[in-house]
Design a protein around this ligand. Structure first.
Ligand SMILES: [Zn+2]
Length: 102
């Protein structure tokens, strides 16, 4: 019987999203919150790319790491696995931040 990974709702006719294993309502709230964080991450990442000043680079990378960790926490709250792309991005930005702060 299909069961939602987040709220535990189950039923023969419950529709579960294949890629997340969440019911439509949980999947909707996850997508909504995830979208906001993803936008913030993208904005901070773009700022880090165009920044010339090491202080600005460090600041933007720090923001990427912070929002990235929030996105990971969101995944965990919904019993989902964060993507490798996200984990790699956070690692890269941590290193960039350290370099820029030197
Ligand atoms: Zn649910």
């Amino acid at each position: 019987m299909p069961q939602c990974k987040k709220c535990g709702k189950k039923g023969l006719f419950l529709k579960i999203e294949d890629d997340t294993g969440l019911c439509l309502s949980c999947n909707g709230s996850f997508a909504q919150e995830g979208k906001v964080l993803t936008q913030k991450i993208t904005e901070a990442k773009n700022k880090a790319v165009i920044a010339k000043d090491p202080g600005k680079i460090a600041e933007s990378c720090k923001a990427v790491v912070q929002y990235g960790n929030e996105l990971i926490a969101l995944h965990q709250a919904y019993n989902l696995q964060p993507s490798q792309v996200l984990l790699d991005l956070i690692e890269t930005c941590k290193k960039k931040q350290e370099l820029a702060e030197k």
